[in-house]
Design a protein around this ligand. Sequence first.
Ligand code: ZN
Length: 412
Amino acid sequence: MESWAGHEVPGLPGSGQPLALFDSARRAVHPATPAGAATMYVCGITPYDATHLGHAATMITFDLVQRVWRDNGHPVLYVQNVTDIDDPLLERAQRDGEDWVVLAMRETALFREDMEALRIMPPAHYVGAVESIPDIAEKVQVLLKDGAAYRVEDGTGDVYFDVAAAPRFGHESNLSREQMLAFSAERGGDPERAGKRDPLDPLLWRGARADEPSWPGGDLGPGRPGWHIECAAIALNLLGPTIDVQGGGNDLLFPHHECSAAHAERLTGVTPFARHYVHAGMIGLDGEKMSKSKGNLVFVSRLRADKVDSMAVRLGLLAGHYRSDRSWTDAVLATATARLGRWRAAAAAPAGPSAVELLARVRGRLADDLDTPGVLELVDGWADATLAGSGTDAEAPALMARTVDALLGIRL
Ligand code: ZN
């Protein structure tokens, strides 16, 4: 599938600082510094609705990971998927009396526009579930032959993964069985489904239903893939058995990332599937959880249509730490807009205090688990000093602008 357009990233003097990130599996910050090329897989959207600020915050988080790695001289191989066939997409299309293919294409196109506006560097491979079905079906067949998967004996053709075949199951999310059961019910799993060996067993292949689209699955029979095996198969095919970072929002901790890792590790025999499982916090609105059921989603495209500067949106999301669940409010946007104005004024000043130390300190803050609030404070300090007329370095304003462009993705 076509990705979106990238942009020139300015080079910076000196060298970057090695990145450390919080790994959800080990529940601590650990070095995320590959020996050579870095590999990252980020779970993308299910395109039944427009990109909201929660998606934007997640994509910005992993954009920073890519920027810091590149600043350290690592080539980055980044893959993102789009789940262009799944229950939520079919349900929305049915509700609105729309063709699910048209809905998916339209929302994916809008997502690309939003990503470009927010200056998210594109993945090397942007991969749809539909185009990956032959690969996914092949992996499901391997799991079946291997005894790690089974068919439910009710004539549906549905195939499930047997969590008993994954001795490490639970290691990524660190959840109790009760918590796993609750999240499974809440987040697209089907713990109540009759005929499963374990209520936590995730769907690998859904046999064809009369009123649903389906594809040939070889020995599996016609059907469509489950969500977790989709990501495992795409990541294994394009990135190999071990990746440096698997990323997504913190609502993907369980069951999605746990199950993807279980599938991948069973298929390859290699552990861990990801050296770091990295999760971005949720974005609420005015202190409430942002959700489609509450009808309070803030869409990036809506903000763009309202002529809100996308760089202010990006700065507003960077004002909180990526791991924290946080709220979007009018005040957050107003603060970000004012900050962007000050930074632009300072970047246009004839001179300022040297920005060489600023660059080193910004690199240090980002390397420490992407401490963006710390970075914003540093740049604020430099901008305030510049606007107060201190400093005589005529090259500093341009270096500061290049720093926030390359490392934060903020174009002044
Ligand atoms: Zn995924």
